[in-house]
Ligand binder design. Structure first.
Ligand code: NAD
Length: 361
C-alpha cells in the first residue's frame, strides 16, 4: 500500500487538490490502485493553527509518505509575517527535508490550446519540453551569504554559488534517465565561460553522459538558452540546469504554453519519493470562487503515478483523460476560448473522472 500525504494548503490549493484526489480515488476504485491518503496542514493554514507554516507533525508524515501532493501556499493575510513564518517558507523546508534534489517541470502545449500562447502557434504547437532543475543546492543554499558592512561603511550583499560533484552527478543521472524515455536528447545549461562552479557542472554532466551513449548531449550557455527558448523552443527535449538558472528558465518555458493552470511539477529524491504540485500559486484573486483550473494538479498526480508510485499505465490514462476533456471543448476561465462555455473547477474534475472511468469500460 502506497501512502500519499495530501497538503491542500491555501487559496485555491484545497479546491484543485480535491479534484486531483478524486482522480486517485477513481483509479483505486476502477483498477485497485493500492493507495491510502493522509492529510496535513501547510502554509498559512498551518500557521493559523500551529503558529508555523511547516509543523513538525506535517514534516514527520511527509518523510514517511511515498509521495506528497501539495496544492499551493500563500495569501495576503500572511504577507506581513516575518520571513521565517511566511507560508512560502514551508516550501523550502519541505524540499530540503525530503531531499528532493531534482525538480521536473514539463512545459507541454496541448494542441487543443495552441491559441493560448503569446507566441505564434507554429513556434509552439506540440511543444513538449522537460526541464530538470537542481532544487536544493547552488546559490539559493550556498554559504556564506548575507549583507555585511565594509570598512568604508558601505553595505555589501553576497551569496555563494557552490556545487559539489555528487550534487551535479545525481541530477544529471536523473535527466539522462528521463531522456531515455523521451526523445533521447539532453541539453545541459550553464555559464561555464564565466562561473567556475558551472565549469565543473559541464565537466561532470559530460562525464555522466558518457554512461548514456544512447542519449545525445549538448551544452548551452544560459543566456543563449533563454533566447532559444523563445526563438525555437521545440529544439529542446530534456533541459538540465542549476537551481537559479532552472528557476528562471522554467518560468519562461511555462509561459510559452500560456496557461499556468495546466502545468504540473514533480520534485524527486534518490529513492523516487516525491513532492508533486502545480506550478501556480494560491491565486488569492480567484480563491473560493470555484473557477480555478484543476488540471495542473491532476497532471501532477499523473507525474506522481509515473515517478513515485511506478504506475506508468495509470499515469498515461490520466493524461489521456485530460486530453479527452480538452478535445470535448471543456475550458476553465484561464484557458477560455471564444465560443466555448466556461466550466467550474468541480465540473472540470467531474469530466476528467468520467473520462478516466470510461477508459476502463
Ligand atoms: P499565482 O500563480 O497564484 O497567480 C497568478 C495568476 O494566475 C493569478 O491571476 C491567478 O488567478 C492565476 N492562476 C493561478 N493558478 C490558476 C489556476 N489553477 N486556474 C486559473 N487561474 C490561475 O501567483 P501570484 O499571484 O504571484 O501569487 C499568489 C500567492 O501564491 C502568493 O502568496 C505567492 O507567494 C504564492 N505562490 C505560491 C506558490 C506555491 O505554493 N508553490 C507558487 C507561486 C506563488
Amino acid at each position: 500500500m502506497k501512502k500519499v500525504l495530501v497538503l491542500p494548503g491555501d487559496g485555491i490549493g484545497p479546491e484543485v487538490v480535491a479534484e486531483a484526489v478524486r482522480v486517485l480515488e477513481c483509479l483505486r476504485n476502477e483498477s485497485g490502485l493500492a493507495v491510502e491518503f493522509e492529510y496535513g496542514l501547510v502554509g498559512g493554514a498551518a500557521y493559523d493553527v500551529h503558529g508555523q507554516p511547516l509543523p513538525e507533525e506535517t514534516l514527520k508524515i511527509a518523510k514517511e509518505a511515498d509521495a506528497v501532493l501539495l496544492g499551493a501556499v500563500g495569501g495576503r493575510q500572511w504577507e506581513a509575517l516575518p520571513i521565517a513564518l511566511r507560508p512560502e517558507k514551508a516550501l523550502l523546508g519541505l524540499r530540503a527535508a525530503l531531499g528532493v534534489f531534482a525538480n521536473l517541470r514539463p512545459a507541454i502545449l496541448y494542441p487543443q490550446l495552441a491559441g493560448a500562447s503569446t507566441l505564434r502557434p507554429d513556434v509552439v504547437a506540440g511543444l513538449d519540453i522537460m526541464i530538470v532543475r537542481e532544487l536544493i543546492g547552488g546559490i539559493y543554499f550556498g554559504e556564506p551569504r548575507g549583507v555585511r558592512t565594509l570598512e568604508n561603511g558601505e553595505r555589501q550583499g553576497f551569496n555563494t554559488l557552490v556545487y559539489s560533484e555528487s550534487e551535479i552527478e545525481r541530477v544529471a543521472v536523473r535527466a539522462f534517465e528521463i531522456a531515455r524515455d523521451r526523445k533521447g536528447r539532453v541539453c545541459s545549461v550553464d555559464k561555464a565561460n564565466v562561473l567556475e562552479a558551472t565549469e565543473l557542472w559541464r565537466e561532470v554532466v559530460t562525464r555522466v553522459g558518457g554512461r548514456y551513449p544512447d542519449v545525445a548531449l549538448t551544452h548551452m550557455y544560459v543566456d543563449n538558452a533563454a533566447m532559444q527558448l523563445v526563438r525555437a523552443p521545440k529544439q529542446f527535449d530534456v533541459l538540465v540546469t542549476t537551481n537559479m538558472f532552472g528557476d528562471i528558465l522554467s518560468d519562461a518555458a511555462a509561459m510559452l504554453t500560456g496557461s499556468i493552470g495546466m502545468l504540473p511539477s514533480a520534485s524527486l529524491n534518490e529513492t523516487d519519493r516525491g513532492l508533486y504540485e502545480p506550478i501556480h500559486g494560491s491565486a488569492p484573486d480567484i480563491a473560493g470562487k470555484g473557477v480555478a483550473n484543476p488540471l495542473a494538479t491532476i497532471l501532477s498526480v499523473a507525474m506522481m503515478l509515473r515517478y513515485s508510485l511506478h504506475e506508468p499505465l495509470a499515469a498515461a490514462r490520466v493524461e489521456a483523460a485530460v486530453a479527452a476533456v480538452l478535445d470535448r471543448g471543456l475550458r476553465t476561465a484561464d484557458i477560455r476560448e471564444e465560443g466555448r462555455p466556461v466550466v467550474s473547477t468541480k465540473a472540470m474534475g467531474d469530466a476528467v473522472v468520467a473520462a478516466l472511468r470510461a477508459s476502463f469500460s
